[in-house]
Design a protein around this ligand. Structure first.
Ligand SMILES: O=C([O-])C(=O)C[C@H](O)[C@@H](O)C(=O)[O-]
Ligand SMILES: [Mg+2]
Length: 426
């Protein structure tokens, strides 16, 4: 007889790690040589281990540690209790930042962001306890594999002062098309998203049109992270009518997005102006967005992301999935969530191809891309195992990197002191 009701959390370890990243450009600067993540291990009295992954910024780590202390003694099936413990632990927290999104606007709920990796780890333990994959705890899979969209970035040839990387530069339509070929050849992606807000809008329109000419019929998206005014957004939206499946966060704020939405033919998507449950009612009242990008890292974990999915279905909104730089625990969690979410109408974003294949904290072989999709891991829980030696190595890399918070703007300013992160820029 399983001792489920009695099994409680006895130990939590939070390990910051750093893995190599490339000089990927966005509207607030450029990615630093390493991306930071925190790996969360939750252990129970019965010796079960659950895994979670989240942002690695210092302010976030401090909140994770406070939450971890409050979670000792929590029953592994009591996720609601875990959420209350985390909220209580953070009540006096007045620090800001630490959201791992660099200078990009995010008003996401701090308690949800902190709860997320613990909720995932508890679900991992629950699945291991009952011998079922996490997607079964979310209502069961509706698909055996999850489609991801390839994430195109303008980029420099290499980090300044270092040799060119294997991807080379992508600073014009030809470079973006070359990069798209490489992503599709390597992973088989059947949808592509271009991270915009980097070059003047006409050049980004040209890149999308070049992709359309090269890959007829392939769903395309453009995301300038609120780099444009309302009028610029409308100009781009009109130029790309019938070309992109959605335009993501063209302009800042719900009011601005609503005005753009009224004047462009395609749906607007967001992971910037609707990032917490409190944002949903005003966005719906203003008719500001057609698609919400869920992200379990800031919506409070997998079950709360499913709640968001339900709201999208109720209000007739599309649902897609956002991603930052991440490792395999996150990809496994995203895949289980997407497999169990009926109305995930679009391929999910992933930064996966931008990390080195040999850098991860899980044992290799489980998460593989085929035709742009990842099969749902078969084992119990998340279906991935911690590689403790690799965890140690990436933690040493974190210590040696000297990086403690993501700062795309500061890194850009180290090469161009006149650079400022302004929104909107054009
Ligand atoms: O869809 C998005 O907005 C993102 O993926 C945000 C990320 O922070 C991305 O822009 C990045 O890492 O540069
Ligand atoms: Mg976005």
């Amino acid at each position: 007889m399983l001792n489920m009701a009695q099994d409680r959390v006895t130990r939590i370890a939070i390990t910051p790690v750093a893995f190599h990243d490339l000089p990927l450009l966005n509207t607030v600067g450029v990615h630093e040589p390493f991306a930071l993540r925190a790996i969360v291990e939750v252990e129970t009295a019965d010796g079960l281990l659950g895994l979670g992954e989240t942002y690695g910024d210092e302010a976030h780590l401090a909140r994770l540690r406070a939450a971890a202390d409050a979670l000792i003694g929590c029953e592994v099936f009591a996720v609601n209790d875990a959420a209350e413990r985390v909220a209580r632990a953070l009540r006096k927290d007045t620090t800001t930042g630490g959201h791992g999104m660099s200078g990009m606007v995010t008003g996401s709920s701090t308690a949800d962001r902190v709860l997320s990796p613990f909720e995932v780890a508890l679900l991992d333990i629950q699945g291991r306890t009952v011998g079922r994959p996490v997607c079964d705890l979310l209502g069961g899979r509706l698909r055996d594999e999850v489609a991801y969209s390839g994430y195109l970035f303008y980029k420099w040839a290499g980090h300044p002062g270092q040799p060119d990387d294997e991807w080379g530069a992508a600073l014009d339509p030809e470079g973006i098309v070359r990069q798209a070929h490489r992503l599709i050849d390597g992973y088989g992606f059947t949808a592509l998203k271009l991270k915009g807000g980097v070059l003047p809008p006409q050049q980004e329109i040209a890149a999308i049109l070049a992709l359309r000419a090269e890959f007829p019929g392939l769903p395309l998206r453009l995301d300038p992270n609120a780099a444009w005014t309302v009028d610029t957004s409308v100009m781009v939206g009109e130029a790309l009518a019938g070309v992109i499946e959605y335009l993501e966060d063209p302009t800042p704020g719900i009011t601005g997005m609503a005005e753009v939405a009224r004047r462009v033919p395609m749906p607007l998507a967001t992971n910037m102006c609707v990032v917490a449950f409190d944002d949903v009612p005003p966005a719906i009242r203003a008719d500001a967005v057609g698609v919400i990008l869920s992200d379990h890292h800031f919506w409070g974990g997998l079950r709360r992301s499913q709640l968001l999915g339900g709201l999208c279905r109720t209000f007739g909104l599309g649902l897609s999935m956002h991603s930052n730089s991440h490792l395999g625990i996150s990809l496994a969690a995203m895949t289980h969530l997407a497999a169990a979410t009926p109305n995930l109408n679009y391929a999910c974003d992933t930064h996966w191809p931008w990390k080195r294949a040999d850098e991860d904290v899980i044992t290799p072989g489980v998460l593989t891309f085929s035709s742009g999709s990842v099969p749902v891991p078969a084992g119990p829980g998340l279906g991935v195992e911690l590689d403790r030696e690799a965890l140690g190595r990436l933690h040493e890399q974190y210590l040696a990197s000297g990086l403690r918070s993501r700062d795309d703007t500061g890194y850009m300013q180290s090469f161009d002191p006149s650079y400022t992160a302004v929104s909107p820029r054009w």
